[in-house]
Design a protein around this ligand. Structure first.
Ligand code: SAH
Ligand code: SF4
Ligand code: F3S
Length: 442
């Protein structure tokens, strides 16, 4: 029997991939993804808890679904992801219209859980002995949403306990996935037309170091994995995210020199520029050691584009501390960044710190940082004008072609040509904006 599932994903790319996995598992049970909540027999909210605002968004969406459930009592509502893990039973207590709360390690069981659904099932066990189940999509289950680029999860969880962060609590201990499974999954994707793969983990730099799965080759690390994946026949582009600078080895940085299809783009979250703040965040690197990494990366791959994450207003952050973050921006000249106001999260160590920063100060710091980042980003983009970039087609509409460079810049090309998604062409950059470049086919 065909049934419709509507999946809404909040949060990070790990969640996006998890949503896809749930969709693929449900696909084998006859579920098809639909685009409207009103057509769904099953609604899954795959949630994020990284900041208070992210969690509030989920809760208000869930609240709104109460009406839908009253109208259509046969509708099933499932909450997955980090809020599900964090709140567990609290969700069904507050929201009795929710049928299933499924934790971050349990998504592979969604098929069984949905079939055997009792009143308000809660499945949020989090185990330290966890192994990522062997999950290789088959042709049938990936055909629906397959495009030319895909995320592939290589590890789950996090052991770093940065003092502001919920992830170690919502995703559990760090576990690496067996490299043979990863490589087989990528082979299947490539056979189905995928050209570009992004390897995913909260800290891919420590792949293989903690809780490696039982049959993993000893000593096999992330640099080994990058070399092996790059050798898979048919792959055109390789990216990864994300990396804690404390675990960035010289061997890994050399991959940018030695693996041509590894894209010259590195997201290296700095969080703060002051050593005092970094220490209280438990980041385990200093501004000096971070800047050494940036120099090395640029030595190995001069065209590398470096982006970052920044938190402003961490408890106790002084004006001088914040100036150090601004100074980091001036020194590295990031091509882009995600910047956030510090947000108190349940269970984290920073929740209990004194000297919380006022909203007004956080907002002022954030807008100052973002304004300067935009200026720098535009300057970088203008430097591309006149150069020729290799770009991959994302889509065409008869008037223009949307493409992406290896450096991850969006490049729009005026052209009535129709090229297949995933095709690689050369574009001369003729104009630069803050969010995209304009190119001409060469
Ligand atoms: N594993 C990644 C980060 C994942 S979370 C890493 O270590 O780099 C994505 C980003 O959210 C973080 O880099 C951080 O900048 C931000 N973030 C995490 N917790 C936060 C909090 N409590 N308040 C504000 N921003 C936060
Ligand atoms: Fe959170 Fe730090 Fe782990 Fe990143 S490395 S997920 S910021 S605890
Ligand atoms: Fe959010 Fe969980 Fe990802 S908190 S950022 S969905 S790991």
């Amino acid at each position: 029997m065909q049934r419709n599932v509507f999946i809404k994903t909040f949060g990070c790319q790990m969640n996006e991939r998890d949503s896809e996995i749930m969709s693929q598992i449900l696909g084998t049970l006859g579920y098809i993804e639909c685009l409207e909540e009103s057509q769904a027999d099953l609604i899954i909210l795959n949630t994020c808890s990284i900041r208070a605002k992210a969690e509030q968004k989920v809760m208000s969406h869930l609240g709104a679904l109460r009406k839908e459930k009253t109208k259509r009592p046969s509708l099933k509502i499932c909450v997955a992801g980090c809020v599900a893990q964090q709140e567990g039973n609290n969700i069904v207590r507050k929201m009795p219209h929710v049928d299933l709360v499924i934790g971050t390690q349990e998504i592979y069981k969604i098929g069984e859980l949905i079939s055997e659904l009792e009143d308000s099932t809660v499945a949020t066990a989090l185990s330290n002995e966890y192994e990522i189940p062997r999950f290789i999509p088959n042709k049938k289950t990936i055909s629906s949403g397959t495009s030319y680029k895909k995320f592939v999860t290589i590890m789950q969880g996090c052991n770093n306990f940065c003092t502001y962060c919920v992830v170690p609590y919502t995703r559990g201990r760090e576990v690496s996935r067996n490299s043979d499974d990863i490589i087989e999954e990528i082979r299947v994707l490539i056979n189905n037309g995928v050209k570009e793969v992004t390897l995913l983990g909260q800290n891919v730099n420590s792949y293989g170091k903690t809780n490696p799965v039982s049959n993993q080759k000893p000593g096999y690390d992330f640099a080994d994995l990058l070399h092996d994946v790059a050798n898979i026949e048919g792959l055109k582009r390789l990216r990864f995210t994300t990396s804690n600078p404390k675990d960035l080895t010289d061997r890994l940085m050399r991959c940018f020199r030695d693996i041509p299809l590894l894209c010259p783009q590195f997201h290296l979250p700095v969080q703060a520029g002051s050593n005092n703040v970094l220490k209280r965040m438990n980041r385990k690197y200093t501004r000096e050691s971070y800047l050494e990494l940036v120099d090395k990366l640029r030595e190995y791959r001069p065209d590398i584009v470096i982006t970052t994450d920044v938190i402003v207003g961490f408890p106790g952050e002084t004006d001088e501390d914040f100036e150090q973050t601004m100074d980091m921006l001036e020194t590295v000249r990031y091509h882009g960044s995600f910047s956030f106001k510090y947000s108190d999260r349940p269970g984290t160590a920073s929740l209990k710190l004194d000297n919380k920063i006022s909203e007004a100060v956080k907002s002022a710091r954030l807008s100052r940082f973002q304004k300067r980042q935009d200026e720098i980003c535009l300057e970088h983009n203008q430097n591309f004008v006149g150069s020729i970039l290799e770009v991959m087609v994302e889509g065409c509409d008869g008037e223009s072609i949307k493409t992406r460079s290896a450096t991850n810049h969006l490049v729009h090309i005026d052209s009535d040509q129709t090229l297949p998604a995933g095709a690689i062409v050369q574009a001369e950059i003729i104009q630069a904006g803050l969010h995209s470049l304009k190119g001409a086919l060469v």
